[in-house]
Design a protein around this ligand. Structure first.
Ligand SMILES: Nc1ncnc2c1ncn2[C@@H]1O[C@H](COP(=O)(O)OP(=O)(O)O)[C@@H](O)[C@H]1O
Ligand SMILES: [Mg+2]
Length: 528
């Protein structure tokens, strides 16, 4: 399937000659234009002959260092564009050249293990790029006839996700949450867990997050030895909105190359898709468009779909994408969050409350959902177990109010059993991460789906009712609980017949010694 499938779009460049846009300062055919106004990132340019088409890249300033993308034709003589670079030094009357093509990004074998900015410049201080072609970042999604759908599970090795929110191979999963609830940590852990068995390529796209994070990730990936199959692209929060708005397209162009040209499976990680929407909002505001609800751009839905629709599967390869979604002010009805939800096959919701209790990963199973969680896909046993777990957790959530008001003693024995199971499940579904080893002090654990299901099944059958809850906290497989606390010992410290006492009420002196680890509380954040 060579070039024919690549021509699905209308704006792809036809010439595959290697070309560095940063030195290409005017191969366009149209005669140069003149800057007529500059407001922040928005630049109006007058062209007396022909207007450059939408998406064409214009260059101005010394060595063409200021890059402007045409976004609108104002009238027969003027275009309005958004600068992808800072506009310092740009002045009215300055000459602007049309490069004759859209923004391009390098693709090919040569991009592996490298780190790029939105222009395809390497930012890892490595040697010059070789063995690459440059491709337009504006491309159409594959036509429906070329798409494939087969529902297959993508195991992550993270218990709570694999059991309750199974991800789809070739699907899109979102990690939703407010600031500091662990989205980036979870995303990094997934890269870590999946890259080992994942034959394909991974692309990490950082949009509008802290620049430090990108640098750290690069170092971590290098140390973990996974860099050779990975590409990183960043447009972080210090960069102009135009750059943050386009960096996602650049990353997708690379992902499409691996899918369509190398016929591989691609893992595309985006941190954070909300920043893409936000950059679009800034661009739209600067362009003078009337804002829509909550100040968002009227074109938010279209912009997001243009990007998300390109994350698609064909017969030759799949792009599996995991996207962190920042939720402003923890408000899940925010239009940006709602629009993003609509594109995903699995939504993993992180809750601040759980993070506060130290139940990491702070996933709220009752809010999270996956369209893969059906008997036809995961199998009857997994489905039934997941339903039981959800039911138990939901019952516990309902009982919480009563417990808070009247105390556990007022519950019926049956309800108390539910509470005991739910609390053990909650703890068993925590997991120490490889990526947090340094500050959590616990060795990371990867757990197979089978082991995770087995553990939940045994908890639901009360096998661990005589173990202290803490024995199940931050472990891998369920058998580790047996090494931490012997049932005999736990049974001795718990009042026989009412195992809850030992955990729900303040435990008698000495009870904690057997099981509670020093990390029962939330680890101190690694940064202020
Ligand atoms: N799985 C985890 N185990 C232990 N600590 C965690 C975990 N996930 C998050 N944290 C803590 O929360 C902090 C913020 O996490 P981060 O992923 O940067 O949040 P976000 O990306 O959602 O803003 C981390 O620095 C760490 O202290
Ligand atoms: Mg983050």
């Amino acid at each position: 399937m060579g070039p024919s499938r690549m021509n699905a779009d209308t704006v792809d460049d036809s010439s595959h000659a290697p070309q560095r846009p940063d030195v290409d300062i005017g191969t366009g055919t149209s005669s140069p234009g003149t800057v007529v106004s500059i407001r922040g990132s928005v630049v109006d340019v007058r062209f007396d002959a022909t207007l450059p088409p939408i998406y064409n890249v214009l260059r101005a300033g010394p060595e063409g260092r200021i890059v402007i993308e045409v976004l609108a034709h104002r009238d027969a003589r003027h275009v309005r564009g958004i600068a992808l670079t800072p506009t310092q030094g740009l002045a009215r009357g300055m000459t602007v050249r049309d490069t004759g093509g859209p923004l391009k990004t390098p693709v090919g074998k040569g991009i592996l293990s490298r780190m790029f900015d939105v222009f395809g410049n390497t930012i890892d201080h490595g040697e010059a790029l070789s063995d690459v072609q440059w491709r337009s970042v504006h491309r159409a999604p594959p036509p429906l006839t070329q798409r494939s759908t087969n529902s297959e599970i993508f195991e992550t090795g993270i218990k709570v996700i694999d059991v309750l929110v199974p991800l789809e191979r070739g699907g899109k999963a979102g990690l939703f949450g407010g600031a500091g609830v662990g989205k980036t940590v979870l995303l990094t852990e997934m890269i870590h867990n999946m890259i080992g068995h994942h034959e394909g390529r991974s692309i990490f796209c950082g949009i509008g997050e802290r620049c430090r994070e990108g640098e750290e990730l690069y170092r971590d990936m290098k140390a973990a030895g996974v860099l050779p199959n990975m590409v990183m692209v960043f447009g972080q929060m210090n960069e102009p909105p135009g750059s943050r708005f386009r960096v996602g397209h650049a990353a997708l162009t690379m992902a499409e190359y691996f899918r369509d040209d190398e016929h591989r499976d691609v893992l595309l990680l985006i941190d954070n898709i909300f920043r893409f929407i936000q950059a679009g909002m800034e661009v739209s505001g600067l362009m003078g468009q009337m804002p829509s609800r909550l100040g968002y751009q009227p074109t938010m839905g279209t912009e997001l779909s243009r990007l998300e629709e390109r994350i698609a599967n064909t017969e030759t390869g799949a792009i599996t994408s995991i996207q962190a979604v920042y939720v402003p002010a923890d408000d899940f009805t925010d239009p940006a969050a709602v629009h993003t939800f609509a594109h995903l096959s699995a939504s993993v919701v992180l809750s601040r409350k759980r993070a506060g209790e130290g139940l990491y990963p702070a996933i709220d199973p009752l809010q999270s959902s996956s369209k893969m969680a059906t008997p036809g896909i995961v199998g009857q046993r997994h489905y039934d177990l997941a339903q039981d777990i959800r039911k138990t957790l939901a019952q516990y959530a309902e009982l919480k109010d009563i417990i808070a008001m009247l105390g556990l003693e007022q519950l019926s024995p049956e309800d108390r059993k539910v509470v005991a199971r739910a609390r053990r499940l909650e703890r068993f579904l925590t997991q120490p991460f490889f990526t947090t080893e340094q500050f959590a002090g616990l060795k990371g654990k990867l757990v197979s789906l089978e082991d995770a299901l087995d553990g939940c099944d045994r908890i639901l059958h009360d096998e661990f009712k005589d173990y202290p809850e803490s024995a199940l906290y931050m472990i891998g497989t369920i058998d580790e609980a047996k090494h931490i606390a012997k049932p005999g010992h736990a049974a001795a410290s718990a009042t026989p017949g009412s195992p809850l006492n030992a955990q729900e009420a303040p435990p008698p002196a000495g009870t904690l010694a057997s099981g509670v680890k020093p990390h029962l509380h939330a680890p101190t954040p690694a940064h202020p």
